[in-house]
Design a binder for this molecule. Structure first.
Ligand code: ADP
Length: 248
């Protein structure tokens, strides 16, 4: 399929999946879905399906990697072989190694690492189905899984990408828009604190596009933040119910 054959915005201003430019993909987050992890979350954002498991804080092996004054975070982003149309090798690719680092750095500022010296907090991300914006969806889900594990945090971290397709700024790109569009800008932030923890840009943006793109991303982040908080509240409500049932 050549770039010219793909029309990404229709005459009436709709995108390939029918969304308006400033519309997020339908998103749900389920918390505490894995019994054996300390914290977990499953995010569905459009066709993306991503599971995050958090272990820790726990003792770090080998011990010489431990820091005397704080915990360290280890993060592994991985796409399963059936997550994309052509089978992906299960071995970690350069992209996955880079994204593991990018995601860790986006989450780190939110975590109060000094509470748990000499320990590690491990974040495992498995992309089950990918359709663009998996790094940002992974960050959004990972911060919820960290909260589910009871890790003290300054704020949640929420992320979304904005981009340019057919010269229109759009929120939350799918893979087709990411592949054939003119630019992609993933943004992560701590919404209550108003602090950005990740800002990347691929493609070219004018200063005005950059400013409007960032505003659009922040609007999307605010909506996703509400979904994260609601998911955590539902988890606490169901835990409280289980506890009450256990006592009676
Ligand atoms: P992000 O998922 O954060 O947007 P990229 O821009 O690197 O990261 O990837 C965009 C999309 O390209 C992914 O979400 C996925 O749908 C697709 N993709 C990534 N790696 C592969 C792969 N090995 N094979 C097929 N599609 C891939």
């Amino acid at each position: 399929m050549s770039v010219r054959a793909v029309k990404l915005i229709t005459e009436d201003g709709r995108r390939v999946d029918g969304r308006k430019p400033d519309e997020l993909r339908p998103t749900t987050i389920d918390v505490g879905i894995l019994k054996n992890a300390d914290g977990s979350a499953l995010i569905r954002q459009g066709n993306n399906k991503i599971i995050v498991a958090v272990y820790g804080p726990r003792e770090l092996h080998p011990r010489h990697l431990a820091l005397p004054d704080r915990a360290i975070i280890r993060c592994r982003y991985h796409m399963v072989p059936f997550s994309v149309p052509e089978r992906k090798s299960p071995a970690p690719t350069r992209r996955e190694i880079e994204l593991s680092k990018v995601i860790r750095e986006a989450l780190e500022p939110a975590i109060i690492l000094s509470s748990f010296p000499r320990t590690t907090i491990d974040v495992f991300i498995e992309v089950l189905q990918a359709d663009g914006g998996t790094r940002t969806a992974s960050i959004t889900a990972a911060s919820v899984a960290l909260a589910d594990a009871g890790i003290p945090m300054r704020d949640l971290v929420t992320a979304v990408a904005v981009g340019k397709v057919d010269d229109t700024l759009v929120l939350d790109l799918n893979h087709l828009e990411d592949q054939y569009g003119g630019g992609d800008m993933p943004v992560a932030m701590m919404p209550s604190l108003g602090q950005i923890t990740l800002l990347q840009a691929d493609g070219t943006f004018t200063l005005d596009e950059f400013k409007r793109g960032l505003e659009l991303a922040i609007r999307g982040i605010k909506s996703l933040y509400e979904i994260q908080k609601r998911a955590l509240k539902e988890r606490y409500a169901s835990l409280a119910l289980e506890l009450r049932r256990g006592r009676s």
